[in-house]
Design a protein around this ligand. Structure first.
Ligand SMILES: CC(C)(COP(=O)(O)OP(=O)(O)OC[C@H]1O[C@@H](n2cnc3c(N)ncnc32)[C@H](O)[C@@H]1OP(=O)(O)O)[C@@H](O)C(=O)NCCC(=O)NCCS
Length: 294
């Protein structure tokens, strides 16, 4: 019991079904994010995802949450903690509650993580500054291309199909990080993106045994991730994903493993990336993979 606010502090409570349901409801109320599908499909990540919450009786009034990210940073395996889904119920705001929760999370996870980061909503940036975080600019590599003649072998994946989800999960478990500069392994988080943010962008190239997440709009091909044991070169992959005409490619990760040397990096507007010093990230260009966002 935290006597200051008369609230009950709890962390690591996923084994308590009612508390977990409260947590899911809280995320819906604060962020409009419903994690039920991710949970029902069996990808809820007890091991890497932890809530640090304050309860008023059974009701959650504030939470901060850490996703433990299994990453590679400039060639070195690192475990980084990502804060996400942070919120305080409106009537409890501006009392120091979420900063206190952040301190509890940092104290609990400090010894087992190599650093901490998050992606802040614009309005929450001043709050994170009070917690010691500093903004870091992210940039997107952009390459002009002449699209090659398409070759057959691309299959669209359906996240509503169990076989396709199983294929994605198998590839996620075997994967090599898409970048050695800033890459990520977390399989369950990848499946979150398959079920939510990238539902319409999922494809499989059987010749390469890789899943490719991409879309084409206004002549621009955006590649979100390549998932497989081996990251193919872009020259190898490109003919499989050239069905829709395009003249430019944007990578939503650092393409160092694909034999691409981007001539141009454009600023990622509103990326919201903030890190807690002394965490160091690649310079001068830095881009967390899209699928690392929790
Ligand atoms: C952002 C949020 C989590 C802050 O929670 P909170 O419990 O009110 O934060 P705290 O009271 O612990 O604030 C700590 C410090 O940050 C300041 N702060 C908090 N929110 C702020 C804001 N929106 N703008 C400016 N300063 C803010 C507080 O005044 C306090 O500063 P002080 O030490 O000088 O008094 C809460 O406003 C919220 O849930 N917002 C909506 C959801 C959201 O944006 N979540 C973050 C997504 S990235």
């Amino acid at each position: 019991m935290n006597s200051k606010w008369g609230l009950i502090y709890r962390a690591h409570y996923w084994d308590d079904r009612r508390a977990k349901e409260q947590f899911k409801q809280f995320l819906i109320s604060i962020h409009g994010l419903d994690l039920s599908l991710w949970d029902e499909e069996g990808y809820w990540d007890d091991e890497h995802y932890t809530a640090f919450s304050l309860f008023d009786g059974e009701r959650i009034v504030a939470t901060t949450n850490l996703f433990s990210m299994e990453m590679v940073v400039e060639g070195v395996p690192r475990r980084l903690g990502q804060f996400s889904g942070v919120g305080t119920a409106p009537e409890y705001r501006r009392r120091g509650i979420n900063r206190w929760l952040t301190e509890q999370a940092l104290e609990s996870a400090g010894a087992t993580h190599d650093g901490f980061f998050l992606f802040a909503e614009r309005e929450a940036a001043p709050f994170y500054a009070k917690c010691g975080f500093v903004p870091v600019e992210e940039t997107i590599p952009v390459v002009s291309v002449v699209a090659p003649t398409p070759v057959p072998g691309l299959r669209k994946l359906d996240p509503g199909n169990n076989g396709d989800l199983a294929l994605l999960y198998r590839l996620a478990g075997e994967r090599s990080p898409v970048s050695d500069l800033l890459g990520v392994w977390n399989a369950e988080l990848l499946l979150f993106h398959c079920l939510y943010t990238l539902r319409d962008c999922l494809y499989y190239v059987s010749d390469l045994d890789v899943a490719v997440f991409f879309e084409v709009a206004d002549g621009v091909l955006t590649v979100y991730d390549i998932v497989g044991r081996r990251v193919p070169s872009f020259a190898e992959l490109h003919p499989f994903i050239s069905g829709i005409p395009h003249h430019e490619v944007r990578f939503l990760y650092m393409p160092d493993k694909m034999g691409v040397d981007p001539p141009h990096w454009s600023s990622l507007e509103d990326s919201g990336l903030q890190v807690l010093p002394p965490l160091r990230l690649p310079e001068p260009q830095c881009l967390f993979p899209h699928v690392s966002r929790a």
